[in-house]
Each structure stands twice: as structure tokens, then as C-alpha cells.
Write a protein that binds this ligand. Sequence first.
Ligand code: TXD
Length: 311
Amino acid sequence: MSRKKIALVGAGQIGGTMALLATQKELGDVVTIDIVEGIPQGKSLDIAHGTAILGSSVSLTGSNDYAALEGADVVIVTAGLPRKPGMSRDDLLEVNFGIIKTVGENIKEKAPNAFVIVVTNPLDAMVYAMCQVTGFPPYKVVGMAGVLDSSRFASLIAMEAGVNPADVTCLVMGGHGDTMAPLIRYATIGGVPATQLVPLETLEQIASRTAKSGGEIVGLLKTGSAFYAPGLSAIKMAEAFLKDQKSVVTCAAMLNGEYGVDGLYCGVPVVLGAGGVERILEVELDEKEKSAFDTSVAAVTELTEWVKKKL
Ligand code: TXD
């Protein structure tokens, strides 16, 4: 089997974290690309210096040239600006759209067969833009958000219940914004509905904290947004594709009638494998859940309409 190649466009906080994780997991050779001279080269060399300790055979390179995308199996895009305190994800729309456009055109030209994972905010609108700019089939272009939001929900429940986070499974649907919909009814602890083990009021507080978790981290860090858990989430998705794991994860996928939504990227549970998004899972939503999902879809629609006008 030939060696896989993972291209990380954006060598900032999340890009650097992903380079380390991909090296540790030996997912494939890692190339990081950034517009800032020295950053991708420096981070790649720094991680390469640790490969003897990690026992990893991965080769790492950093570049300021999109030509380094050539032959990539997976491209993960974090290029763009992160939030500062007081900013919403949506405030990043205009500047990050310009960046996604440039990056997308280069991916189309240099890595036409790649599976593309977009991380840049505002997530759902940016992944829509990426799909249009590359012209790739929607099952090969996805957005990372639901894996992170679901992990945040699960980890917070585990802390409250005093159990292993690995035993908690959660589902957060909708857009990656303040209107995301953490679904309490689908949270389980060791297969048991969380509502049987944690008071409903507490779960509701945790759901609300989950939706605001990104902002909580921005408020603490002050100089940027979360990067460790986002890095872990995007690498989990890359691994599902590279190893054909058929993982059930929530990610921003193009909806074509599912959940009553057409032609929009939004967070839904999918099966992720070597075929990219192999299936979109349609779970049953009660009235309250459907209304929360629809509110989130409305917010995503507004941003996506802006993108459509600029394409
Ligand atoms: O769940 C999610 N999807 C997210 C998204 C969770 C957390 C953060 N999320 C968003 O990811 C965040 O709002 C940002 O839009 C991205 C990247 O976050 P990160 O924290 O990694 O930002 P950095 O450290 O500023 O890194 C961005 C890098 C930086 O080094 C820039 O020089 C580079 O992107 N950049 C570019 N690289 C290549 N090509 C172009 N055009 C370019 N423009 C900027």
C-alpha cells in the first residue's frame, strides 16, 4: 500500500496540533502550507525532531507554496482568521470567504482527487463555498464541527456524572453557531439514556454551555480560539476516511432533501469511510428538536445566501 499524504492548509494553532496528531497516529506523510514565511517550515521541523521519540516514520514538510498540495489524499483547511473576544463566528464571513476561495481554487487544480475537510469559520458557509469553488462532489467535501460539538457535550456530561468520557455518546446537530442543537434525548452513558442518570435540568444547563463552549474558550485565551479539541476532531474525520472506518460522526454535509433541507451544508450524523460521506443518517426528531434544528438551519441559510451571491 502506498503512503498516504495529508495536506494541512493553515499552519496556525489547529494546523500545528493536527500535524502532531497525524504524525503520532502515522496517518501518512504530512505537509503544512501557510502564507506566513517560516511558520509551516518551523512547525514541521519541530515535530520531525520528535519522531524518534514517537517512533513515527512520517515525513513532515512545510511550505508557502500551494504546489505542495500535489497528490494529497486528504486536505484539511484551517486557513483564515480565528475569533477574538467579542466576535461571533459570523463576523469572520467576508475575510475568510476570500481565503477559502483562493485555497479552493488551488485544491481543485493540484489535488483534484482529495477528500477535503473544512474547519475555517463560519463553518457551514465556508464548506459550502469550498464545495462550489472546487466543483468536487459533495460527498468529498465536509465540514468539521459536529464531532467537536458532540465531544464537548459528551465530555461535559462525563465530568458531571463522574464517568469515563469514552462511555458517553452525544449528538449535536445543526450549524456550528450559537444556534447549534445539542440533543439531550440522544445522549447516552454506557448505552443508558443520560436522562435516567443525570437530572434533566443539569443536562439542559450542559447543553446550553456546549453551544457556548467555543466562546468560553475564546474568552479565556483572549488571543484566539480553541485548537486542541478541534484538532483532535478533524484528525478523527481524516482517519475515518483514510482507514475506511465507516465511523458515525456528525459533520457538515450537503443536504439534498434530508431533514427537509435542500442544497445547504449543515451538521447531521453521517457514515464516514473511504467513499467520504457514504450515507446521511436521518434520525427522528420530536417537535422541540426539529424546531431547534430549523432555527439553526435558518441561521446557516442566511450566511450561505451571502456566499451564493459572491460566488
Ligand atoms: O469547529 C470548528 N470548525 C472550529 C473552527 C473550531 C475552532 C476554530 N475554528 C476556526 O478554524 C477558526 O475560527 C479559524 O477560522 C480556523 C483556524 O483556527 P486557528 O486557531 O488554527 O487559527 P490560526 O492559529 O490563526 O491559524 C490560521 C492560519 C494562520 O497561520 C494564517 O497565516 C493562515 O491560517 N492563513 C493561510 N494559510 C494558507 N493560505 C491562506 N490564504 C491563508 N490565510 C491565512
